[in-house]
Design a protein around this ligand. Structure first.
Ligand code: SF4
Ligand code: SF4
Length: 135
């Protein structure tokens, strides 16, 4: 099984296409929508986690590309601004995936983009706006 977290950007002409339905039904993929910004007559954006057999996943992504949907890794839309972080650790217990880690010996915080699901739980607690979701 393979899993990818992606941001999909699609033109208004396909905003009303049942994209996730086709990914599930035609490609046998598991689709988890993390965030969505869709309005009729405008470009839409969808942040998804998509899982399935590697071949099916590639075919599903091929289907998206044929529709004109741009795909990019979710990690590109998440930023941890290390220079702003004071390693206060306020955000660490709130992160459900362990994307924010703390080295207890050095009392240093680090961020693993690939584990982040963009839930946003860390954002309101950070006094220094050190984490950004560009979505
Ligand atoms: S957005 Fe959510 S998953 Fe990502 S680092 Fe913050 S709390 Fe963790
Ligand atoms: S809350 Fe902000 S400043 Fe504190 S550890 Fe987390 S990212 Fe760094």
């Amino acid at each position: 099984m393979a899993k990818q977290r992606l941001v999909l950007t699609f033109p208004h002409k396909v905003v009303e296409e049942p994209i996730t339905y086709h990914l599930i039904k035609d490609y046998d993929l598991v689709v988890n929508i993390l965030r969505a910004k869709i309005s009729p007559q405008e470009e839409g954006r969808l942040m998804i986690e998509i899982e399935g057999e590697k071949n099916a996943l590639n075919k599903g992504i091929g289907y998206l590309k044929r529709l004109g949907v741009r795909t990019q890794p979710l990690a590109q839309d998440i930023r941890w601004l290390e220079t702003r972080c004071t390693h206060c650790t306020l955000c660490v217990p709130l992160c459900p995936t362990g994307a924010i880690l703390v080295d207890r010996d050095k009392m240093e915080v680090s961020f693993d983009k690939d584990k982040c699901i963009a839930c946003g739980a860390c954002i309101p607690v950070c006094p220094y706006k050190a984490i950004e979701i560009l979505f």
